[in-house]
Design a protein around this ligand. Structure first.
Ligand code: SF4
Ligand code: SF4
Length: 57
């Protein structure tokens, strides 16, 4: 299981700063999560002001 970033992302960069495993790519048009690196810690969802990261089903 991993998290993904939805269309609500406004590229504020907060999630990138807190991800402990470097799973978030900020070079893409919207921030994206590499599901192979994500350990589902939930930190990105906790800091996102826009509720963009969600747990994938
Ligand atoms: S914290 Fe939220 S709005 Fe900011 S870059 Fe990450 S997903 Fe996008
Ligand atoms: S859930 Fe944790 S490991 Fe996965 S992208 Fe968000 S901050 Fe990184």
């Amino acid at each position: 299981m991993a998290y993904k970033i939805t269309e609500k992302c406004r590229n504020c960069g907060e999630c990138f700063k807190v991800c402990p495993v470097g799973a978030i790519n900020k070079e893409t048009q919207k921030h994206e999560i590499n599901s192979e690196l994500c350990i589902s810690c939930g930190s990105c969802a906790a800091v996102c002001p826009f509720g963009a990261p969600i747990e994938k089903e």
